[in-house]
Design a protein around this ligand. Structure first.
Ligand code: RIB
Length: 315
């Protein structure tokens, strides 16, 4: 049997960024300037982070995305390839620079991120159709919302037509998902802010009176087969086919940087599901992976490998 089939095959359609990370005592308020005594350049992007997380869990991973024809783009592809990720579906744009994220991390480990999309915005539905062969051989498709919505939609439609498992991490979320999207999604994995917006409970701001459970229930009833809401240090809430709403508490750890914790969870979830693990086992490993990630700095450098996750689960 093909070894990649045994390992489980994950296809990620998504963003590839370079993160410029400054650590500050606290996050700046509107109109405020704060000083930082550190600046790091780190591999990031929700799509690339999730691809790395799935690969480090042992899955065979292919990535479709778009970088610019610049030094950052070349570095990002080299690093993904060094993880064993198939990068042949990553385009190189002459017209746009590689995506850049300005990340501020406070002493409490919280972050705020502004993404200049650059070449991520140039990933078109035509690129998705041109890569249909990569969809045919995957087990799980994973997308986010840092590439154009019409591109994400095209990917979900193709994967659904081919009978593949589909996962959407809807970040960043700015408005409710069109209803016809929800029926295309096997695993919708928002954080609670995104869940509230997606469920249409509020306008552009999360509504504090709406619980993650209510938002998840509404999204599931509207068509998403399973909804997994990440709640940070409170764990995750899951509702779906054959899964009445259940809470899964997080491990108690001291977080120093939460950047890419959600991506680590999503990538690990996809990797384990591609390996046909059961949902409980999958959640346990994905939560353990995220708990390790938050104890380290940076996006991709903080994502753990399978042996570390196994040791954490066994501890
Ligand atoms: O989820 C974290 C990621 O969001 C960062 O790596 C940054 O690039 C943005 O895409």
């Amino acid at each position: 049997m093909d070894a990649s089939r045994e390992r489980g095959r994950v296809l990620v359609v998504g963003s590839i960024n370079t993160d410029l990370v400054a650590c500050t005592r606290r996050l700046p308020q509107a109109g405020e300037t704060v000083l930082s005594d550190s600046l790091a350049t780190v591999a990031g992007g929700k799509g690339a982070n999730q691809a790395v997380a799935a690969a480090r869990m042992g899955a065979s991973v292919t990535m479709i995305g778009c970088v610019g024809r610049d030094a950052y783009g070349a570095q990002r592809i080299d690093e993904l390839a060094a993880e064993g990720i198939d990068c042949a579906g990553i385009e190189v744009s002459d017209a746009h620079p590689t995506g850049l994220a300005m990340v501020t991390v406070s002493a409490a480990g919280e972050n705020s991120i502004v993404v200049a999309s650059g070449s991520n915005g140039a990933l078109s539905p035509a690129s998705i159709h041109a890569n249909e062969a990569r969809f045919r051989v995957c087990d799980v498709l994973v997308c986010q919302l840092e590439t154009p919505p019409e591109t994400v939609h095209a990917a979900l439609v193709i994967a659904r037509r081919l009978g593949k498992l589909t996962m959407l991490n809807p970040g960043p979320a700015t408005h409710p998902l069109p209803v016809d999207w929800l029926g295309l999604i096997d695993y919708l994995v928002p954080n609670e802010f995104e869940a509230s917006i997606l469920a249409g409970f509020s306008g552009l701001a999360p509504d504090a009176s709406v619980t993650a459970e209510q938002a998840a229930g509404r999204l599931h009833r509207a068509g998403a087969r399973n909804v997994v809401v990440t709640l940070g240090e409170r764990g995750v809430y899951v509702v779906g086919d054959g899964t009445a709403g259940t809470h899964h508490p997080a491990r108690k750890v001291r977080a120093i940087d939460t950047t890419a914790a959600g991506d680590t969870f999503v990538g690990a979830l996809a990797g384990k599901l591609a390996m046909r693990a059961g949902l409980m086992d999958t959640l346990t490993h994905a939560q353990a992976a995220a708990s390790i990630c938050v104890q380290r700095r940076g996006a991709q450098p903080s994502i753990p490998r399978l042996e570390e996750v196994r040791a954490c689960v066994a501890a």
